[in-house]
Design a protein around this ligand. Structure first.
Ligand code: ZN
Length: 111
């Protein structure tokens, strides 16, 4: 719930900067390793946006697949967990390249 409220606060502040326009849609990028439950987030966002400039805004979540690189052999592969093992050499020194991000990439306000 607090995550949804943070997003509402962020986009409301931006809408305020834009001259107090209503937010019509918000685009969010969420990595599959970020631990975000997309459906729950969308539901909470709608509730948190009530009586704010973001009320009624559509929250679009773009999921970003996890990807990592082995520090031992340099092999890159899809990650579905932060505790991954390199499929090539079996090493555990895996650097997460993407999949942990959680950010608002754009928002649309009423003209
Ligand atoms: Zn490796």
């Amino acid at each position: 719930m607090s995550l949804a409220m943070n997003i509402v606060e962020l986009v409301s502040a931006k809408a305020q900067d834009a001259g107090g326009q209503r937010v019509t849609s918000v685009e969010l990028e969420a990595g599959t390793l970020s631990g975000v439950m997309v459906e729950a987030l969308v539901f909470c966002f709608e509730a948190a946006a009530r009586n704010t400039l973001a009320e009624g805004a559509r929250l679009e979540v773009r999921e970003v697949e996890g990807c990592g690189r082995c520090q031992g052999c340099g092999h890159s592969f899809a990650l579905d967990s932060l505790l991954a093992q390199c499929p090539q050499c079996g090493g555990y020194g895996v650097e997460t390249l993407q999949g942990r991000e959680l950010k608002v990439v754009s928002l649309t306000v009423d003209e």
